[in-house]
Ligand binder design. Sequence first.
Ligand code: HEM
Length: 142
Amino acid sequence: MKIGESLPFGFEDTSYQAAGGYQGVINLVECFYQYLDTLPEAKPLRELYPKDLTRSKDKLARFLSGWLGGPRVYQEKYGEINIPRAHQSMGLTEQHKMLWLACMNRAIADQPYSTKFATYLNAQFKIPADRILAAGSTAPTR
Ligand code: HEM
């Protein structure tokens, strides 16, 4: 690493810092759920979430903190998590995935991120989203 060169995203907590720390993560999550809750085309995805999104917001913000290299505050409150497994009985489809990524894409665009970080983050979210679908998600049996 040459002097003056910044560390790449994904190294230690560089992504977490680029996102603006915990407050930055909260802003991103708030914005994501705002799109999820209001975009008419996101309705099929919105239906999978509880009416009150408070807990969903807390879970996603806490998870993303650790995922971005910051404090692992999800585990402190909710325990260990495996993302494909956590999503496996929700009956998720390719359409749900595209809608989730579209809401996240818009939320990222609304943040004061550099273009470089925004592009990086969009590509990073695609990885677990693809894994969730590849692992299979069967409809809940009630
Ligand atoms: C394929 C796209 C995705 C869809 C359709 C989707 C949908 C959902 C739904 C419906 C829930 C349950 C509602 C709730 O309890 O909050 C949920 C939970 C969650 N999702 Fe996703 N999700 C997707 C991708 C992701 C990705 C990429 C991440 C992280 C990088 C993520 C992180 C979480 C977390 C942490 C929870 C809470 C799990 C728990 O504590 O039980 N999701 N997701």
